[in-house]
Design a protein around this ligand. Structure first.
Ligand code: PT1
Length: 283
């Protein structure tokens, strides 16, 4: 099994990663891919987050930009208007550990000022000004692999090397760029980016070979919840992907994932804890 990662210092929160944790998804986009923007209203968002925390989520990932395949870009202002009130409310009302799913420097800065504890960037701090903004927050950052932009990333994705090599090479390069700019390694996490510029076969193979990402020696975050790779293999619409998703979650834990980004917190916590109980006995 992978070595135990050190706890992550997330602002006033400390995230124990000695066992795998669940991150609950809170979308604040009107066009969110699997909950149809039902959590746009602040009260709704708060109640949904509260429930995920009660079900065992260790942190809540708030996102104001949809990054599902085909999604259109949003302006920084629009993203800020969606995300800031929710981050503020989750911090003040629930004292929650909040991660912000953003690539936007302004959103990173403002969210950190409001008490967010982590930055989750599907563009791995590649956007102009994002690296400096992230460093300025002092918060941990999750760097994710992707090919292309959400709008067109699923139009015939292809790789010149095996997918797991492409992912490891990219993440290694981003980790290096971050360290060179002064972002300490203790503050980094990595994510293979399931569904981001990858065919079903790429995604399946990537999960199968995910143990290769251990070479990076950084905590691994994984998001497969309700994604089209499940839909394609099982021929299930988005509302029927939970059993397939739980199978992927168990495999991801076995292959080293320490944070599972999910919509369905209660069943995922059980799947994670059951898988972990088995793995622990083999130490
Ligand atoms: C993810 C992730 C994310 N996924 C991290 N952040 C999304 N760190 C948003 C599909 O194929 O995996 N890791 N933030 C959501 N993006 C997608 C991508 C949603 C693909 C759906 C699909 O259905």
């Amino acid at each position: 099994m992978n070595p135990t990662p050190a706890p992550l210092m997330c602002g006033r929160h400390r995230l124990d990663l000695s066992y795998p944790r669940v991150m609950g998804i809170l979308n604040v986009t009107p066009d969110s891919f699997s909950d149809g923007g039902r959590h746009v209203a602040l009260e709704d968002a708060l109640r949904h987050a509260e429930r995920m925390l009660a079900e065992g989520a260790a942190l809540i990932d708030v996102g104001g930009e949809s990054t599902r395949p085909g999604a259109a870009p949003v302006s920084a202002q629009q993203e800020l208007d969606r995300v800031a009130p929710v981050v503020e409310a989750l911090v003040r009302e629930l004292d929650a550990l909040v991660s912000v799913d953003t690539s936007c420097p302004e959103v990173m800065r403002e969210s950190a000022a409001l008490g967010a504890g982590m930055i989750n960037d599907v563009r791995a701090l590649e956007r102009e000004g994002a690296l400096a903004a992230a460093i300025g927050t002092g918060l941990p950052v999750c760097l994710m692999h992707r090919q292309g932009e959400p709008r067109d990333m699923q139009q015939a994705p292809r790789y010149d090397v095996p997918i797991e090599e492409a992912v490891v090479d990219y993440l290694e390069a981003r980790v290096e760029a971050c360290e060179a700019a002064g972002l300490r390694r203790e503050r980094l996490l990595v994510d293979p980016g399931f569904g981001f510029g990858k065919t079903v076969e790429h995604n399946l193979r990537l999960l199968n070979r995910m143990d290769r990402l251990a070479a990076l020696e950084l905590p691994l975050l994984v998001g497969t919840s309700r994604k089209s790779m499940i839909g394609k293999v099982l021929a299930r619409p988005v509302e029927e992907r939970l059993p397939g998703g739980l199978a992927l979650t168990a495999l991801a834990v076995e292959r080293g994932a320490r944070i599972l980004r999910v919509h369905d917190v209660a069943p995922s916590v059980d799947a994670v804890n059951m898988t972990w109980a088995v793995l622990k006995e083999g130490c």
